[in-house]
Design a binder for this molecule. Structure first.
Ligand SMILES: N[C@@H](CCC(=O)N[C@@H](CS)C(=O)NCC(=O)O)C(=O)O
Length: 122
């Protein structure tokens, strides 16, 4: 069964879980990172030598980097749906994924932490 490694409240893990959900995939969530630890183990280094989450193992195939994982799952399990076969539709999907990661996410996460710190008086 597909394994997804990470903690479900990590901003980079959530899109991977979302993708698996959209594709209707059965998977086992292996809690790792943050208070769940495990990233410093030799076993995890075989999955992701960068010791970051998310990572997946699909059979013998291990992969890390959230956007690469999303593309892999979409290509393997969502050909013609989440992974469009038309090159223009595929390029449009890639365009929005790159934009969200490089342009939209950085200011949104800063705003999130600024608001959270203000609310908590930190
Ligand atoms: N570019 C990477 C970033 C991965 C990353 O920064 N992961 C963080 C969580 S969001 C991490 O592993 N932090 C250590 C931890 O959670 O213990 C990706 O998109 O997968």
């Amino acid at each position: 069964m597909l394994e997804i490694w990470g903690r479900p409240y990590s901003s980079n893990v959530i899109p991977v879980l979302w993708t698996a959900g959209e594709l209707g995939l059965a998977y086992r969530l292996q809690l790792a990172g943050g208070r769940f630890g495990k990233l410093d183990t030799a076993a995890y280094a075989e999955i992701n030598p960068n010791r970051m989450i998310p990572a997946i193992r699909d059979g013998d195939f291990a992969l890390w980097e959230s956007l690469a994982i999303i593309r892999y799952l979409s290509d393997r399990y969502g050909a013609g749906t989440l992974s469009p076969s038309d090159p223009e539709a595929r390029a449009r999907a890639d365009q929005w994924m790159e934009w969200s990661a490089s342009r939209a996410f950085p200011p949104v996460i800063q705003l999130f932490f600024a608001k959270t710190c203000a609310m908590l008086g930190l």
